[in-house]
Design a protein around this ligand. Structure first.
Ligand code: CMP
Length: 147
């Protein structure tokens, strides 16, 4: 049974030119990339997407970071996509990832616990919400960036 998850290459991943390397790891790990869109998020988008973190002390920094440049949104599909993608990206703190999960994507391209270069949905509920956030008709008005 195939499953879908939402993956995102965050602004640092794009600006440091990791997109092709990350895409290669995704495909070599057996995921199909079924949707892809480059967008520039504004503060309102970030606040809604990360609503569960909106009261955290790091939230203002998260908004600055996530609005600092375009992000690449992807829908990945394969059996067990949600947990397999989370395993592939590694721990939130990229510095820990470099020690404990050296083959993870965050070990490859993340900088620390804030600038961790990629996102992955953490549950089936999150995946459904996040996929419709970007690809449903719920939130019109993203500015698309064509390369
Ligand atoms: P992610 O786990 O994808 O979603 C929440 C994001 O908040 C996380 O990635 C980081 O980018 C950011 N974040 C989490 N913890 C911290 C922290 N302690 N300081 C700054 N940013 C954080």
């Amino acid at each position: 049974e195939k499953e879908k998850t939402l993956a995102m290459i965050k602004p640092d991943g794009l600006s440091l030119n990791y997109t092709d390397k990350i895409r290669k790891v995704i495909l070599e790990s057996g995921f199909d990339i079924i949707r892809e869109m480059m967008v520039r998020l504004d503060a309102g988008n970030v606040t809604q997407f990360y609503a569960e973190h909106s009261k955290k002390s790091f939230f203002p920094n998260l908004v600055v970071y996530m609005t600092s440049g375009p992000v690449l949104i992807m829908v990945l599909e394969k059996p067990n996509a949600i947990s397999d993608w989370r395993a592939l990206i590694g721990p939130t703190d990229s510095r820990k990832a470099k020690v404990s999960h050296p083959n993870s994507i965050r070990a490859m391209c993340g900088l620390d616990s804030a600038k961790n270069c990629v996102h992955g949905s953490d549950s089936p509920q999150s995946a459904a919400r996040e996929i419709s956030f970007f690809f449903g008709d719920i939130l019109p008005g993203f500015v698309k960036h064509d390369e």
